[in-house]
Design a protein around this ligand. Structure first.
Ligand SMILES: NC(=O)c1ccc[n+]([C@@H]2O[C@H](COP(=O)([O-])OP(=O)(O)OC[C@H]3O[C@@H](n4cnc5c(N)ncnc54)[C@H](OP(=O)(O)O)[C@@H]3O)[C@@H](O)[C@H]2O)c1
Length: 330
């Protein structure tokens, strides 16, 4: 059971990119624990993935209070695996968590109040057995709480030593600018924005990427494989062990069918580049220097291995880019 990380973990293919204008560098590929690390999942598999990831130079693991199911169980399992494997390497890791979605009943269990964010952070630290997280995020904007209150809670989380940096997720461009201004005034600059971004989900290109670049904020793109639609997973139907087939999986069957025609065409472009579809989908995001890291999910070590090899070819010819655009528009 005992674990000794690979001594050459920082000499592998993965590179580290500066997160906005901060002092922090993140691996080009980070690992998220939204699915496959909950109470319903197999802990041995989670252990194998975290160990493999760290051995390959992945220094960033991303969580949230509600990841599971049940909610909180991904943090609990991460806590078990952290204690067992990674405690001596705490200073080599960037561990993030978030609060924003429903976590406990009553008026203080979700959204963006100071009451909710700071209580949730305390709960997350307890579940993970950590003294601090590296990044604490407001998981989504709250239309009913003053932005100042949410940002002051992030600032306080940092000042109290329970988080080292502040981040925001799912904030549109204009609100990001305002949030960044408030955080700057408070003396805790916004480190990072975590938006959904993939070949199938491109809202960030309409202003957010420019905003974060101007503000000096890094970007970590979540669901870069569109939860598996941008991989070979569903090219021949819905496998029994896939996210779309699991009752607790966030991907629904009716989202799969319409995506498959495009995925099959994209898969041909990927093959012509000598890549799997997953590899091309990751490389396509990393070609933009504003993207600091691509935040993948995985259900096996084999998938992680496949995805990590995407960094071998991050350049696209104009012809390839045009082919991809045509497919995405079709
Ligand atoms: N801030 C937010 O609001 C928010 C929201 C969602 C996610 N996130 C973060 O983003 C992370 C990643 O999200 P995601 O899991 O949706 O990411 P994703 O990378 O788009 O999808 C991951 C899924 O794709 C499939 N997959 C991955 N690599 C594959 C490969 N090489 N070949 C075939 N299939 C492959 C697996 O599906 P199977 O399980 O079916 O094998 C895996 O579970 C989360 O863990 C979380 O940290 C943040």
């Amino acid at each position: 059971m005992s674990y000794t990380p690979d001594n050459e973990r920082y000499d592998k293919s993965i590179n580290y990119r500066r997160c906005g204008r901060s002092g922090i560098k993140l691996p080009e590929i980070s690992l998220g624990l939204w699915h496959n690390f909950g109470g319903v999942d197999v802990l041995d598999n989670g252990r194998a993935m975290l160990r493999y990831a760290f051995d390959q130079g992945i220094t960033h693991f991303d969580l949230a209070n509600n990841y599971g199911p049940p909610p909180g169980s991904a943090e609990e399992n991460f806590g078990i695996l952290f204690k067992e494997n990674f405690r001596p390497y705490r200073d080599e890791l960037i561990i993030s968590t978030k609060a924003g979605y429903l976590m406990w009943p009553g008026p203080y269990g979700e959204w963006g109040s100071r009451k909710y964010l700071l209580s949730s952070l305390d709960q997350s630290l307890k579940r993970m057995g950590l003294e601090y997280v590296d990044i604490f995020y407001s998981h989504r904007p709250d239309p009913d709480t003053p932005l100042e209150e949410t940002m002051m809670a992030l600032d306080y989380a940092v000042r109290s030593g329970k988080a080292l940096y502040a981040g925001i997720s799912n904030y549109p461009a204009e609100l990001t600018r305002k949030a960044a201004d408030i955080l700057k005034q408070l003396g805790t600059p916004c480190l990072i924005h975590q938006p959904k971004y993939s070949m199938f989900e491109r809202w960030v290109e309409k202003g957010l990427l420019d905003t974060v670049e101007n503000e000096g904020i890094g970007v970590i793109a979540f669901s870069p494989l569109a939860q598996g639609l941008l991989t070979n997973r569903y090219l021949d139907g819905i496998p029994e062990d896939s996210r779309a087939a699991k009752p607790w999986g966030y991907l629904r069957e009716d989202q799969v069918t319409p995506a498959i025609t495009k995925a099959k065409k994209l898969n041909k472009v990927a093959s012509s580049r000598g890549q799997s579809l997953a590899q091309m989908a990751i490389a396509w995001l990393l070609k933009d220097h504003r993207v600091t890291s691509v935040l993948i999910g995985a259900s096996s070590v084999a998938q992680l291995k496949d995805n990590l090899a995407s960094t071998n070819n991050l350049t696209f010819s104009v012809v390839e880019l045009n082919q991809i655009e045509e497919i995405l528009k079709s």
